[in-house]
Design a protein around this ligand. Sequence first.
Ligand code: TYC
Length: 118
Amino acid sequence: MPDEQPPAPPKPPAPSRRGSGQDAVVVERKAARTKPPQLYQVVMLNDDYTPMEFVVMMLQQYFQRDPDTATLIMLKIHHEGRGICGVYTKDVAATKVELVLTAARREGHPLQCIMEAA
Ligand code: TYC
């Protein structure tokens, strides 16, 4: 057949009023990838030798407590054996423990300060 035409290429789908969708960006909702950081409480322990004034000073200096709050926290530790100085992210809590222990040892006090997961 001399005037036979080659087969027509397939037609692209007819564009709808909202576009073909071929270059659309699909945004999938994903679970949030970041979790809030684990927090740690810095806890001071009671002992029989560290002066009350020194503990109050530590609470003001390193935990930003006003004098009345620092005194209340110190008395709580004195009566109950332990008390929370503050709650922080891991590195901040570890630094505060280190600063308190360094200051206490420099003054020859046996004050104990620890951090624990909040
Ligand atoms: N118990 C101490 C005293 O009577 C005072 C004190 C309070 C010590 C809190 C440590 O974490 C502490 N001098």
